[in-house]
Design a protein around this ligand. Sequence first.
Ligand SMILES: [Zn+2]
Length: 258
Amino acid sequence: MIKNSLSVDLESFVYRELDPLKRKRDDGYTPRATSQILNLLDTHNTKITFFILGEIYEQYPELVDEIRKRGHEIGYHGHTHQQIMNKEILLEELERSAIFIKKFKPIGFRAPRMYLPMECLEVLSSYGFTYDSSIYGGIPFKTGGMVEVPVSAWSPLGISAKFPRSLMSLVLSMGIPYGSGLSFALFGKLISRFVERENKKGNSSILFVHPWQFMPYTLVTGKNRFLSMLIYRTNINNTFEYLLKRHMFVPMRELVKA
Ligand SMILES: [Zn+2]
């Protein structure tokens, strides 16, 4: 059976607000939603990777300890969830997460908003990271002293890895990012068919979700209102469980090792 990767980008819905000064804490929403995920994983005897924000660790240290205690891999997702536009921003984020990084020694990184300039790979490598999962499409490859594990995408035109490639540029090239949390809301159980298709070719599928997709909240404001309603109010719990039943998932570090 082909091993796939399912990961959780551990962040709160409050990070939709880009201005950190206007952002509030989520008052326990993230631990509640994450507990639901942890219980599902236990039920299906599956260990996965959590890419965790430094700020979430500061707010809920016991939650991150619990994730580790239950045998999951701890990866890193930046400190404040700001977009990593250059090396300097990444270095700042890493410094702010110093305690988290020292304690958990993550080797895997996923950039916030799936955007990472290539120059950042060597910075990550110098901080002990050995793999990154911040682009869409293609199979894992070595670059900048790291292994890049692209999130799964499918295109009728065929798809090869390109660094960096954002969600928008992927969609414009007719790619379907079936590994993204957004696709869980859009396609539901159909994602399983994409996974099967890729597994038949001998390749792993790389998928990810967010805690806020398991306990949709009713607050829908701001721009892109329609899209927001679709994404933020679709509970992906059943799709997640359906995939756990049908496919084999392992922590991403195991795929990288292989
Ligand atoms: Zn994120």
